[in-house]
Design a protein around this ligand. Structure first.
Ligand code: PLP
Length: 367
C-alpha cells in the first residue's frame, strides 16, 4: 500500500515525550515556550503562541484582531471547514470570495467584488502548501484598515519571494494535526510581529487570566493551551521539517514530470517566486482523461495507491453556511474545481519507486 499521508515519528520524538512524561510537567510549561521561540525563529517572525489545535488558533487570532459581532470576514469557500468556522464562533459574518483556478487560493479580483466598509478581516489560505497571491490581495486592500489572517495550516516552510509562510498577514496560523507536514498529533501555532496581539492571544488561550496572576480573569477566555508533551514532539519535528519538505518537493517534481503529458490531467501549478511545500499534490482530472475523477480514485485504491479528494464540496453548500443564504452556483470556480481535484501521495516516506508506480498506474489507465 502506498499511503497518501503517513506521519514520521522517530526515536528522538519518542525519547522527548518520555522525558516530558517523567518530568511531571505535562501541561503547558517550559517546553512549550521553547517550541514557541524556535518556531517563531523558523518563520522569521518575532512571536509565536502555541495552541491545542489550529482551529483554536484561528478563533483566538480573530479575537485578537478585534473582530466584531456582525463584522464581515472574507475567506475562501475551497478549504477545510476550520478556516471559516471561527468566523461564526466570533458571531461575525462569513463572506466568501471565489478562488483562482491556477493556485486553488482566494482570488484577489473576487475579494474586490465583496470588500466593503464593513469588511474587518480577510482569511486567505495557503492551500495545499503554496502561499496565496499576497501582492494581489494587498493591492485590493489598499489603505483600508482590514486585517489579514494567513491560514498557513498546510504551508509550514513554504516561501514567496524568499519569505516564509506566516509572514503574509497580521497573524499567521499553522496546524500540527497528524497529517500535516509537521505534526504534534494535535496542535496549532499563531505567529505575529505584534506584541499587542501576542498579549491578547495569550490571555484568550488561558481563560482570560493575566500572566502570572492566577484567578485574575481579565476577560472571557478559553482553554486552548498546548501540552508540553505535544511541544516536545514539535521541537523534534521542527529539526526535520526542511528535510520532510525537500522530499515532498522531490516527489512532486517526479510526479509532474511523469504526468504532465497525459491528456486530461492538469498538474499543480507552482507559481513564480513560490516555494510550494506540497502538503497535498493535487491534480485535476478533466474530460479528456477518458475516465471520471472518481473512477481514477477508485482505480488507484484498487491498485493499492492511496488518494484523496480535498475538498469534495466547497464550504458554502454545507447546511450551516447555506442557512446564511449561500447557495449552489454562488462560487462557480470552487464548485467546478471540487469536482476535478484528486490528491496523490507525496509524503516524505515514499521512495522514487513508489512514485513511478503511481505514474505508471495513471498512464496505463488513461484512455
Ligand atoms: C488542518 C487545517 C485547519 C485546522 O487545523 P486543526 O489543527 O485540525 O484545528 C485549518 N485550516 C486548514 C486550511 C487546515 O488544513
Amino acid at each position: 500500500m502506498i499511503s497518501l499521508s503517513k506521519p514520521f515519528i522517530g526515536e528522538e520524538e519518542v525519547k522527548a515525550v518520555v522525558k516530558v512524561l517523567r518530568s511531571g510537567q505535562l501541561s503547558q510549561g517550559e517546553i512549550t515556550l521553547e517550541f514557541e521561540r524556535k518556531f517563531a525563529k523558523y518563520c522569521g517572525m518575532s512571536y509565536a503562541v502555541a495552541f491545542s489545535n489550529a482551529t483554536a488558533a484561528i478563533h483566538t487570532a480573530l479575537h485578537a484582531l478585534d473582530t466584531n459581532e456582525g463584522g464581515e470576514v472574507i475567506t475562501t469557500p475551497f478549504t477545510f471547514v476550520a478556516s471559516a468556522n471561527p468566523i461564526l464562533m466570533m458571531r461575525a459574518k462569513v463572506v466568501f470570495a471565489d478562488i483562482s483556478e491556477d493556485d486553488f487560493c482566494i482570488s484577489p479580483q473576487e475579494v474586490q467584488r465583496v470588500i466593503n466598509n464593513n469588511t474587518e478581516a480577510i482569511i486567505p489560505v495557503d492551500l495545499f502548501g503554496q502561499i496565496y497571491d499576497y501582492k494581489g490581495l494587498k493591492k485590493v486592500v489598499g489603505k483600508k484598515k482590514i486585517k489579514i489572517l494567513e491560514d498557513a495550516s498546510q504551508a509550514i516552510g513554504a516561501e514567496q519571494d524568499n519569505i516564509r509562510a506566516g509572514n503574509f498577514g497580521d497573524v499567521g496560523v499553522f496546524s500540527f494535526y497528524a497529517t500535516k507536514n509537521l505534526t504534534t498529533g494535535e496542535g496549532g501555532m499563531a505567529v505575529t510581529n505584534s506584541e499587542r496581539l501576542v498579549k491578547k492571544m495569550r490571555l484568550f488561550r488561558h481563560h482570560g487570566q493575566l500572566p502570572g496572576k492566577r484567578y485574575e480573569y481579565f476577560e472571557l477566555g478559553y482553554n486552548y493551551r498546548m501540552t508540553d508533551i505535544a511541544a516536545a514532539i514539535g521541537l523534534e519535528q521542527l529539526k526535520r521539517i526542511d528535510d520532510f519538505n525537500k522530499k515532498r518537493m522531490k516527489h512532486a517534481s517526479l510526479l509532474t514530470e511523469g504526468l504532465k503529458n497525459i491528456p486530461g490531467i492538469i498538474i499543480p501549478n507552482v507559481k513564480k517566486n513560490n516555494k510550494h511545500v506540497f502538503h497535498q499534490y493535487t491534480i485535476r482530472v478533466t474530460k479528456d482523461f477518458g475516465h471520471t475523477r472518481n473512477e481514477l480514485g477508485q482505480y488507484l485504491t484498487m491498485k493499492g495507491i492511496g488518494n484523496g479528494i480535498y475538498y469534495p464540496k466547497p464550504l458554502h453548500v454545507y447546511p450551516h453556511f447555506r442557512a446564511l443564504g449561500f447557495k449552489k452556483g454562488d462560487f462557480p470556480v470552487a464548485e467546478r474545481i471540487a469536482n476535478e481535484v484528486l490528491s496523490l501521495p507525496v509524503n516524505p516516506q515514499l521512495t522514487d519507486e513508489n512514485i513511478n508506480t503511481i505514474i505508471k498506474a495513471i498512464a496505463n489507465y488513461a484512455k
